[in-house]
Design a binder for this molecule. Structure first.
Ligand SMILES: Cc1cn([C@@H]2O[C@H](COP(=O)(O)OP(=O)(O)OP(=O)(O)O)[C@@H](O)[C@H]2O)c(=O)[nH]c1=O
Length: 621
């Protein structure tokens, strides 16, 4: 995965493709680049004879295309302008490209009509020619209202050989209409591919964009040190989220108490910051001298809470639901539908787009695939419940983290993740929120847990802390003989009815209220603990395992599914660890834990990306 980080360098920038070519758009979006399309109005009218080589012409045309768009967008943002771009951030990067076909010194562009296409194709017939694409990457920066640009340019050459083609075939091809919007009068990616005997070089370069060279150029711009560029270091934080730094409404102020001290970088100033050409910055960051490397990961961590809050807020406002039903929508229309402030809504939408949750095009904002799948409330795989619970509860719990660490008291231990415990004393609404969160997470993992091992030898199972019964349903579906008991606190089992869907297997599932620390456990051949141990500190965990061990018959089983830590002693990713009160454990540590409590033949398997699943058999006492 060499290319992703390179493309990722542009992730938080406003990138504009100054091209109407659908092929370029496709090549770049397939590569994972997020950008807007603003076709250039630059007329391809440079005097060809004044260029020493065909590629010099292509490069200059590409540059003029990109500069025209950068200039137009910059001007449109001027206060006097009536343009709809006025309120938008200026582009950080504008990409222009120009593809030409060259036979010797002759340059062929797009044919103007069928006769022109015929002239071009006849010239190419049976011969080798070169396809050049010139590319310009223009980094823009607004200084005192003036547009400052830094241009990187390059070209790529590919050699193409046409077969000997009959007149009839050429005309048939011309009449297909394909040649008309393509340099040299052919499209190698479609019917034109049949005319081609061989290609030497980058195929995508012929199609319209040399992706490989582009990535190398980005790597050159963003990674290696260049001593002449080591002029200054700037902090290029998470720009998209910075957008909210000058929020003045009370919610934002509460979320970021330190923001007023930062001196609120507003629109123009922030633009100037983030629009810096990357070379000076990144080269400086990678310098080989004694200065430390730029702590990008650390700074992202510092800002991570803002991104979470943006996501929670968008979910709470039902932003993704509105866009699912009615998108794409412009910011004002979203604001109208949500009854929110238009300016702030636009900021929220832009940040969501920068975070990859929304797509922004000229037609407006729409959900990305991940938002459609996981952030729309009624989706089968919706994680809205997790967002809602984290926002309503976990967020507040974590604000007491300092106190919890200092005092270590029972009341504040929840700040380290023992949500279960804290939930007990809370309201019915909070219990429901917790259940919705667990329900949506279980939906993601239940199938993996149920199928990590062949459990068909067990006739009955008891899912301890099984909440809404998602895993129980999956187990019952997977093992047609299996009777499953869901054992959870009375306030949970009481509310679990609201989460049930009908289905043949439900008669094999029963819900039993109880506390696994106090009440006797229902009888079962197999006990299941899915994402339970991580919520408890060692003393409670050993108490629970020893109770299970006493209830389990020899030959019975214990199936444990937990967030996976990579290896011995390795900690889990922060994403997982923040949910845990207990220690993160590696698969081997889980194995030893089960062995210590009388289980043998302990086997370990991975379940999806998230969980490790451990199965042990109760030895005879
Ligand atoms: C040889 C070849 C070219 N093309 C297309 O030819 C256009 C070149 O014209 P351009 O002037 O560089 O681009 P444009 O289409 O006018 O767009 P713009 O960048 O806005 O000027 C681009 O489309 C290319 O994909 C193909 O699709 N397949 C091929 O095999």
């Amino acid at each position: 995965m060499v290319l992703c980080p390179v493309i990722g360098k542009l992730q938080h920038k406003r990138v504009v493709l100054a091209s109407a070519s659908p092929r370029r758009q496709e090549i770049l979006s397939n590569a994972g680049l997020r950008f807007e399309v603003v076709p250039s109005r630059f007329k391809e009218k440079l005097h060809k004879a004044s260029f020493a080589t065909p590629y010099a012409y292509a490069v200059e045309t590409a540059k003029q295309k990109a500069l025209e768009v950068a200039g137009r967008m910059h001007q449109a943002r001027a206060p006097a302008s009536a343009s709809s771009w006025k309120d938008l951030r200026a582009p950080d990067v504008v990409i222009g490209a120009d593809t030409i076909v060259a036979v010797g010194a002759m340059i062929l562009e797009k044919p103007v009509d069928k006769q022109d296409a015929y002239r071009m194709l006849s010239r190419l017939n049976g011969k080798e020619h070169s396809v050049f694409t010139g590319v310009a990457i223009v980094h823009c920066c607004s200084k005192d209202g003036r547009l400052d640009t830094e241009v990187s340019e390059f070209y790529e050459e590919t050699t193409v050989k046409f077969s000997e083609l009959s007149e009839e075939l050429l005309w048939e091809y011309i009449n297909s209409g394909e040649p008309m919007d393509k340099a040299g009068g052919y499209g190698i990616q479609a019917l034109g591919g049949m005319l081609v005997e061989y290609v030497h070089g980058d195929f995508l370069n012929v199609v319209g964009f040399p992706l490989n060279h582009f990535c190398k150029e980005l790597a050159r711009l963003y990674y290696p040190p260049r001593p002449e560029d080591l002029r200054r270091v700037r902090h290029d934080s998470i720009p998209a989220v910075d957008t909210f730094e000058n929020l003045s409404d009370s919610e934002a102020a509460g979320a970021d108490p330190g923001q007023s001290a930062k001196g609120g970088r507003g629109g123009e100033q922030a633009d100037g910051d983030r629009s810096q050409a990357p070379r000076a910055l990144d080269a400086a960051l990678n310098r080989a001298d004694s200065r430390p490397r730029f702590p990008t990961g650390l700074l992202e961590l510092m800002d991570g809470f803002k991104a979470s809050k943006v996501l929670f807020t968008a979910c709470k406002l039902k932003l993704f639901d509105v866009l699912k039903d009615q998108g794409p929508l412009q910011a004002v229309d979203v604001a109208r539908k949500l009854s929110t402030c238009a300016g702030r809504t636009e900021q929220l939408l832009d940040v969501c787009a920068a975070l990859g949750l929304l797509e922004k095009t000229r037609r407006g904002y729409s959900n990305t695939e991940v938002a459609t799948l996981h952030l729309v409330s009624d989706g089968e795989h919706s994680l809205q419940g997790v967002a809602e619970y984290n926002d309503a509860h976990v967020w507040g719990v974590f604000t007491r983290l300092g106190l919890a660490v200092r005092e270590g008291s029972e009341q504040t231990r929840g700040a380290l993740g023992a949500m279960e415990e804290e939930r007990l004393s809370q309201s019915r609404e909070l219990t429901l929120q917790f259940m919705r969160a667990k329900h949506s997470l279980s939906k993601l993992t239940a199938h993996h847990v149920a199928t990590a091992f062949d459990l068909s030898r067990f006739a009955s199972a008891c899912d301890l802390g099984g909440c809404t019964g998602i895993l129980a349903r999956e187990l019952a579906q997977e093992y047609p003989r299996l009777q499953v008991t869901v054992f959870d606190l009375p306030e949970v089992t009481e509310l679990s009815g609201g989460f049930q869907r009908g289905g043949r297997q439900t008669e094999r599932i029963r819900f039993v209220p109880g506390d696994f620390f106090k009440d006797s456990l229902p009888e079962a051949d197999l006990y299941v603990l899915s994402r339970i141990l991580q919520d408890w500190p060692d003393d409670k965990l050993h108490k629970l395992l020893s109770r299970i061990s006493s209830s389990c018959k020899p030959g019975g089983g214990l199936l444990v599914a937990e967030a996976a830590a990579e290896e011995e002693g390795a900690s889990q990713s922060p994403r997982l660890r923040t949910l845990s009160a207990g220690q993160p454990r590696s698969p081997d540590e889980h194995r030893r834990l089960l062995q210590r409590h009388g289980f043998q033949d302990v086997r370990v398997a991975r379940a999806g990306d998230l969980l490790c699943v451990v199965l042990g058999t109760r030895a005879a006492p």
